[in-house]
Design a protein around this ligand. Structure first.
Ligand SMILES: CC(C)(COP(=O)(O)OP(=O)(O)OC[C@H]1O[C@@H](n2cnc3c(N)ncnc32)[C@H](O)[C@@H]1OP(=O)(O)O)[C@@H](O)C(=O)NCCC(=O)NCCS
Length: 165
């Protein structure tokens, strides 16, 4: 399945519709996450330091998305804004490929690493496994950070030559 960069407004429209579908994430996004996902794919078209990649399914529907944007410090560390694969296509390697593509982009553009925040809800175990398999280290846990009862796990990967933590 081909992985493409979001380079048009139409692809950004489709990506936003896909990722904000209520069936994608196991728990509700925060208001701030929704705000970022509604705007950042468009900003990535305007030369902002963010980038999005997607895959289409056999019916040509958007079926997977990953987004990264440089942290507000602007010193080469990127944050993941989203990663999601449609239910039907999970466990076929797309999530891994998208994360590798994002890390390669950071490397190629002189970036230094990636910070990921994800939920501590049990439904996010596949995300946690994906991050560990991809060389990330769990560096923190903020209880009840997203919502009361739903905390945030922080994962971090520094790229070579600085190396892993
Ligand atoms: C987290 C998520 C993006 C992972 O995407 P994915 O495409 O399913 O990930 P992969 O297929 O690369 O890897 C998942 C598993 O499938 C396995 N796998 C990969 N290719 C495979 C194949 N061809 N056949 C069988 N298994 C395969 C991987 O080894 C991995 O196994 P694991 O259970 O040991 O981790 C996906 O589960 C998802 O969209 N979840 C909902 C949204 C979400 O939670 N996002 C994170 C928000 S922070």
């Amino acid at each position: 399945m081909e992985l493409s960069r979001i380079e048009t407004r139409q692809a950004a429209d489709e990506a936003i519709t896909f990722v904000l579908d209520h069936d994608v994430f196991a728990t509700p996004l925060t208001p701030g996450e929704i705000q970022v996902l509604r705007q950042d794919p468009y900003d990535s078209l305007e030369g902002q330091p963010s980038a999005y990649w997607f895959c289409r399914d056999a019916m040509d529907r958007m079926a997977a998305l990953i987004g990264i944007r440089e942290h507000i410090n602007h010193t080469g560390i990127y944050e993941m804004t989203c990663i999601a694969v449609s239910r039907a296509l999970r466990q076929t390697g797309i999530g891994t490929r998208m994360l590798q593509a994002a890390l390669q982009y950071i490397r190629d553009t002189g970036g230094r690493g990636m910070l990921v925040d994800t939920s501590d809800h049990p439904a996010y175990e596949p995300m946690r496994k994906l991050l560990i398999r991809s060389g990330f280290t769990r560096v923190g846990h903020l209880p009840s950070f997203y919502y009361p009862g739903e905390g945030t796990l922080l994962y971090y990967r520094l790229l070579e030559p600085e190396g892993a933590l």
